[in-house]
Design a protein around this ligand. Structure first.
Ligand code: NAD
Length: 269
């Protein structure tokens, strides 16, 4: 049975995908600072920091796939983002190298390019245009992934996850939602990655989609879920008469209100 090391397994994303990965036949090693609520008796649990090189390398031994989710999912003080989010990416890549894990997936984010107007986002790969310190650190994480792929011949996938949720809940999410099942499809495609580093969008096959799924398709990621199935519900919740009345993103920033100049850098809001 192939084994996956999942960091940040106790978080929102990790908790949602743990049962799906198990059902897909993976043996799970779940690493977090706290007990992952979705862990079952058959899973291995490692309570450690993803910034602890010794613990991470030990946890990576024997893994066929390392998926690095651990970190803060929001804007924080610069020192916290660099000390946890960025440092843990470096440690995860180093662990994968030392333990010879064949493929590593790093959770990047749409906020790496969140200041890009949505109607300019459809090209295959967007250059860095972060909307926050959080986004800058995700850009730097992608750069670390590139460095490790080039320097050591590793296979690394940076997944720019956007609006991960059981279902879309906002007008923006109708364009950039990622379902748990599609994230698992992306992760299960990763073991076929060629040597090198690839950046793919972690986004579902949304009718109102604004980012390119081309690089993901080349990897073998074929999303099946579509936020449009929930558009009527989202419209009703937001007070629109129908799904057709929910405005498209247009030239609004891809990162939504994260790109709002009124949001302070380096503080949670
Ligand atoms: N939720 C989204 O829509 C979204 C979008 C883009 C990217 N991401 C990325 O996906 C990842 C997971 O996000 P989430 O929404 O599940 O966040 P979350 O806060 O719910 O979960 C993160 C988990 O990481 C753990 N963690 C934090 N620091 C740690 C450390 N030093 N060592 C070990 N574990 C540590 C926390 O305990 C937590 O369980 C993050 O990297 C985030 O940036 C999420």
């Amino acid at each position: 049975m192939p084994r996956i090391l999942l960091t940040g397994a106790a978080g929102r994303v990790g908790t949602a995908i743990t049962p799906l990965l198990r059902d897909a036949g993976w043996s799970l090693r779940l690493l977090d600072l706290r007990q992952p609520p979705a862990a079952s008796a058959e899973d291995e649990v490692v309570l450690a920091s993803a910034t602890d090189q010794v613990a991470m390398t030990e946890a990576a031994r024997g893994a066929d796939l390392l998926v690095h989710l651990a970190g803060f999912p929001e804007e924080r003080a610069w020192a916290d983002l660099v000390g946890v989010n960025l440092e843990s990416v470096r440690v995860a890549l180093e662990a994968a190298r030392e333990a010879a894990v064949p493929v590593t997936v790093i959770a990047s984010s749409g906020h790496a390019v969140g200041a890009t107007p949505a109607d300019e986002a459809g090209t295959a790969l967007l250059p860095p245009r972060p909307d926050s310190y959080y986004g800058v650190v995700k850009v730097a994480g992608e750069a670390l992934a590139q460095l490790y792929a080039d320097r050591f011949g590793m296979r690394v996938v940076s997944a720019r996850i956007v609006a991960f949720d059981e279902r879309p809940r906002t007008a923006r999410a109708l364009s950039v939602w990622l379902s748990p099942a599609d994230l698992v499809r992306l992760l299960l495609a990763a073991p076929d990655a060629r040597p090198g580093h690839v950046v793919v969008w972690g986004v579902s096959a949304n009718t109102r989609g604004v980012v390119s799924l081309e690089a993901g398709r080349a990897l073998g990621y074929h999303p099946r879920d579509d936020a449009e199935a929930y558009a009527g519900l989202v419209a009703a919740e937001l007070g629109y008469a129908s799904a057709a009345d929910v405005p498209p993103l247009g030239s609004a920033p891809l990162g939504g209100d994260w790109a709002d100049p009124a949001k302070p850098l380096g503080r949670r809001w």
